[in-house]
Design a protein around this ligand. Structure first.
Ligand code: NAD
Length: 411
């Protein structure tokens, strides 16, 4: 199954349980709008290369569409459509006034110089200018794009319009209107829902054990925040390899080691561990924070954890979900567990629109309120129906979308 087929399967299951109007189901199956563009970029050697860019606006019943822009060689339309649909469900689930969008450029940014990436970013946002804006569609960083790329895009769009438009994109540097707390928001949101989930299964976090797959932005911050709650982080990895110590290690020291050496590998007092072994370690909490499709029908049976907090998008396949559900593993699905990122992006946009900025304490408190409420809504649906946690999360989201589309008169 490709990622879009997975979205359709999950959507279909949730709509069936909810007995949703066929019109609503049809509207959610296909994006509202897709945009493809050719982006010419002057390379440093004087030649011109043309890249293909996409933006998909899946559904805007609840508000302007919102979602990242990625620069990656494997960007294609199906993946973009799937990720845009997930954004629709994620925003509806946490109750922020956005629809879902996603986009990207098919490019390997590692082959481009900084100036070439700047020209690509500026030319891409010029191509997108007719369809994006603070009241229409608000992009953000994603794979291989970052606050600097957002700054170039915001600057280019502002020059084009002749006014400063900080609310065009989120994930900006703080000096240009970025929000305090945005950098670790995904991890913080994920740890909040793990904490709430632990209460429901009487798991005491003090001395519980955790394994983190992918020690990047989300994974390393999740490890640190879990350890602040008393959890022992016993293993972590990245694309260069993995480290393991049954007695636990200091996640902050591991982050420093990775920053200094480029990988978690070789960290003090730890033994090496392969990616396969790491996912199958006995632990209380497993946090996949790297790529999609890592927990599948091939390894789900050997996963020995009590809670999976999906910081990554799409780490668990539908077949694996079934196996994990039977084993009694509580899966906190991506559209819930990594929604902290878009929630603080929403706070950034709100602050941009009112030109007034909150402290990190205020941002974190608001994030706490949204995430706890979202978890409670999903868990209640999970308890009241036959659905697993993922389908329960879809159900919470689809109910809101259904209501909005009906009141608008679309169905
Ligand atoms: P990142 O690039 O900072 O980190 C990804 C990490 O995964 C890196 O350390 C990389 O080395 C590691 N990795 C790559 N391949 C691996 C492999 N085969 N095995 C183990 N580790 C591997 O990215 P991030 O921002 O932390 O995002 C991680 C995941 O979380 C992605 O799926 C992303 O879509 C999702 N996510 C992130 C955010 C956010 O705000 N950062 C929001 C929502 C979802």
């Amino acid at each position: 199954m490709n990622v879009y087929e997975i979205v359709l399967k999950e959507l279909g299951e949730a709509c069936k349980i909810l007995d949703i109007d066929p019109g609503v189901y049809e509207l959610l199956r296909e994006p509202m709008r897709v945009f493809t563009c050719s982006i010419p970029v002057r390379m440093d050697d004087g030649s011109v290369k043309v890249f293909t860019g996409y933006r998909c606006q899946h559904n805007d019943a609840l508000g302007p569409t919102k979602g990242g822009l990625r620069f990656h060689p494997e960007v294609d339309l199906d993946e973009t459509k799937a990720l845009a649909a997930w954004m629709t469900f994620k925003c509806a689930l946490v109750g922020i006034p956005y629809g879902g969008g996603k986009g990207g450029v098919k490019v390997n940014p590692k082959e481009l110089s900084r100036r070439e990436i700047e020209r690509l970013s500026r030319n891409f946002i010029r191509a997108l200018a007719p369809i994006v804006g603070p009241d229409k569609d608000i992009p953000a960083p994603d794979v291989y794009t970052n606050p600097q790329v957002m700054a170039w895009m915001m600057d280019e769009f502002s020059q084009l319009k002749g006014v400063n438009v900080p609310g065009l994109v989120t994930g900006k540097p703080i000096i240009l209107g970025g929000s305090a707390g945005r950098e670790e928001a995904t991890a913080r949101g994920c740890v909040i829902v793990i904490r709430e989930a632990a209460k429901t299964i009487n798991l005491k976090l003090d001395n519980a054990t955790a394994v983190v797959q992918g020690y990047g932005n989300a994974g390393s911050a999740a490890a640190r925040l879990l350890s602040e709650l008393g959890v022992k982080v016993i293993a972590a990895n990245d694309s260069g390899g993995g480290v393991y110590n049954q007695n636990g290690f200091d996640p902050v020291a591991l982050k420093k080691h990775k920053d200094a050496t480029g990988s978690v590998k070789g960290f003090e007092n730890c033994s090496d561990i392969s990616n396969e072994e790491l996912l199958e370690l006995e632990c209380d909490i497993l946090v996949p924070a790297a790529l999609g499709n890592v927990i599948t029908s091939k390894n789900a049976d050997r996963i020995k954890t009590r809670i999976i907090g999906e910081a990554a998008n799409g780490p668990t396949t539908p077949q694996a979900d079934e196996i994990l559900d039977k084993k009694g593993v509580l899966v906190l699905p991506d559209i819930l567990a990594n929604a902290g990122g878009v929630t603080v992006s929403y706070f950034e946009w709100v602050q941009n629109l009112m030109h007034y900025y909150w402290t990190v304490e205020e941002v974190n408190q608001k994030l706490e309120d949204y995430m706890v409420k979202a978890f409670k809504n999903v868990y209640k649906t999970y308890q009241e129906t036959e659905a697993d946690m993922r389908i329960a999360a879809y159900m919470v989201a689809i109910k809101r979308l259904d209501e909005a589309m009906r009141i608008r008169g679309w169905v």
